[in-house]
Design a protein around this ligand. Structure first.
Ligand code: HEM
Length: 190
C-alpha cells in the first residue's frame, strides 16, 4: 500500500532520443557532468521507456514543503502557474546535490541560510508566473542516489534571459556554498 502511494509521486527522467524534450545544451556547473543525451522524457513508473536497460535515468519524488512559511506559500500559490502551458516550449532540468555540511545542519539553520541569508523564495517570486517550477526530492529513495534534488523549470522562449538572471542570483547566494554537484540541461519541446 505504502509502496503504491510513493510510486504515484515518483517521476523518472530518462534518456529518450524520441522523447518529448530535445536537449539543446548540457553541462556541469559544479562537480561531475552527466553523460550527454539527445532527448529526454519525464514519465511515471511503470513505463516501457523506463525498462530499457542502459538508459540514463534519474528519479525523484514530489514531496511536502520543508521551508516555505504560510505567508510565502500564500504568495507562491497566488503567483505561480502550472507546468505544461502551451507557450512553455523551453524547459531546464537542474539536478542538485548539497554537501555533507548542509545535511549536518538543523532545519532552522538550513532555513536561515535558505531564506534569511539567500532570499531563495523572495528572489524566485519575482520570476513568477513567467517561470513554472517543480521540485523533486531524491535523497531518501536510496543511499546511492547521485543527487538530492531534481529541479524542473518551464517558460516561453522570450523569458529565457530572465531565467538566466534568476540562476545568476541564486548561484551567487550563500545557499550555493553548500551545492556539491549541479548539472544544467536545457531543453526544447519537440
Ligand atoms: C522560479 C523561481 C523559483 C521559486 C519561486 C522557487 C521557490 C522555492 C521554494 C518555495 C522552495 C522551498 C520548498 C520547501 O518549502 O521545501 C524551493 C526549494 C528549492 N529550490 Fe527553488 N525556486 C525557484 C527557482 C529555483 C531555481 C532556478 C533553482 C535551481 C537552480 C532552485 C532550486 C531549488 C532547490 C534545490 C530547492 C530545495 C532546497 C532544499 O530543500 O535544500 N529553485 N524553491
Amino acid at each position: 500500500m505504502m509502496e503504491t502511494i510513493v510510486e504515484q509521486r515518483l517521476s523518472i527522467f530518462v534518456e529518450d532520443p524520441a522523447g518529448p524534450w530535445h536537449v539543446v545544451a548540457q553541462h556541469a556547473i559544479v562537480g561531475d557532468p552527466l553523460p550527454a543525451i539527445e532527448g529526454l522524457g519525464v514519465y511515471a513508473q511503470p513505463n516501457p521507456h523506463v525498462q530499457d536497460a542502459g538508459r540514463w535515468m534519474l528519479r525523484g519524488i514530489a514531496s511536502n514543503e520543508r521551508y516555505a512559511t504560510r505567508d510565502e506559500k500564500t504568495r507562491l500559490v497566488a503567483a505561480q502557474e502550472g507546468l505544461g502551458r502551451p507557450e512553455s516550449t523551453r524547459a531546464v532540468l537542474i539536478p542538485i546535490r548539497k554537501n555533507a555540511q548542509w545535511w549536518a545542519l538543523t532545519q532552522d539553520e538550513r532555513r536561515a541560510i535558505f531564506e534569511a541569508r539567500s532570499s531563495h523564495i523572495s528572489t524566485g517570486l519575482r520570476y513568477l508566473p513567467a517561470v513554472a517550477r517543480k521540485l523533486y526530492h531524491c535523497r531518501d529513495l536510496s543511499d546511492t542516489e547521485p543527487f538530492d534534488f531534481l529541479t524542473w523549470f518551464e517558460f516561453a522562449p522570450e523569458d529565457e534571459p530572465h531565467f538566466d538572471n534568476l540562476l545568476a542570483e541564486l548561484r551567487a547566494s550563500a545557499e550555493w556554498d553548500y551545492v556539491g554537484r549541479e548539472v544544467e540541461i536545457r531543453l526544447t519541446r519537440r
